[in-house]
Design a protein. Structure first.
Length: 122
């Protein structure tokens, strides 16, 4: 079940960000001054094959692989980076997200859900 983090690092020059996480998902949501969601990044399959679906108004959708920087034998952990990735398993991820999002702000859950449908229908 997604839980909201009380302490989220805010980046200067970016809209306010809210952060939700559980064992399956990481969800960052940027909001307008009234607290309405305006963009998001959903990381999923954290324990399997970590990928991220990102949406914002200017750039639209991106689906990417998250390289966590761990697979560097004999070297320090690298900084996680996003790389191009293939198909988004939308129906499977949407179903899991719906279950995990039951306890979060309904406006945010609906915003992400609508964007899933948009991404799948394009």
């Amino acid at each position: 079940m997604l839980k909201e983090s009380a302490y989220v690092r805010q980046n200067l020059g970016e809209p306010p960000k809210r952060w939700f996480t559980d064992e399956e998902f990481d969800l960052a949501v940027w909001t307008d001054p009234e607290g309405r969601p305006i963009s998001f990044q959903l990381g999923y399959d954290k324990s399997r094959y970590y990928r991220a679906l990102t949406w914002d108004l200017e750039r639209g959708f991106k689906h990417q692989l998250v390289d966590d920087g761990e697979n560097r034998p004999g070297r320090f952990k690298g900084t996680p980076i996003l790389l191009p990735d293939g198909e988004f398993e939308g129906p499977r991820i949407a179903g899991k997200f719906d279950e995990s999002a039951l306890g979060i702000d309904p406006m945010i859950a609906e915003f992400v859900r609508v964007k899933f449908l948009e991404f799948l229908g394009r």
